[in-house]
Design a protein around this ligand. Sequence first.
Ligand code: SF4
Length: 252
Amino acid sequence: MSASIPKILAPRLLPLDLDHRLKLVREFIPGRIVFTTSFGIEDQFVTHSIFTQGLDIDVVTIDTGRLFPETYELWEETEARYARRIRAAYPQAKPLEELVEEQGVNGFYKSVEARKACCHVRKVEPLGRLLHGVSGWITGLRADQSTARADVPMIAFDANYRTIKINPVLDYSREAIVAATEEFSIPVNKLHAKGFLSIGCAPCTRAIEPGEDERAGRWWWEQDDKKECGLHVGEDGVLRRGPAPKEPEAFQ
Ligand code: SF4
């Protein structure tokens, strides 16, 4: 597979709507493509498009073991609505047992390092397994969710996971997505109506105040304005904004 695909597809994707973007991605990129959902409103919009178009794209998730009850309810409701299973990856038992033994059951509050260690065991490592060997990785990232996501590209080669990463709702506003979920009766998390705009693990997510970044409720006790869990971050610890500087062998 050629890493020139992002360059070719980027200008063709931009003028399209979500349905046509996903269709083009599926037609253009051979091999397995996965969409990783955390059941946020953007993810539900993308899931709806994949399932209603019958696209050959696997919708998968990561069950960290610390999700809100409302998220599990939505997961079940979504599977029932579209009659499709959403496969999950789980943290590995031994590293998780060692993590909890070392830092305690809520040890992630103690320091940024402890929180990142928890995110690594519960999210980043399972994501690596979900993305192993895939040709394309679709996400529900939006540029205006936070300042850290403002200049992320719609499609780029991801050197960390050695795959093409596509963010097909990158330029959608939250309002446009809310309107679409209402128009098509797409199930959404009940917590959105309670001020939780970005929903992750229960102990690490709070509702936000008007005017705050959508992701301000994530790890709210930390001061850094570029808070990410590591899923979309490069080896240098920075949110991946552009194509990899060097094309890995597998894609030459
Ligand atoms: S969001 Fe919180 S509970 Fe979830 S993996 Fe990260 S630190 Fe752990």
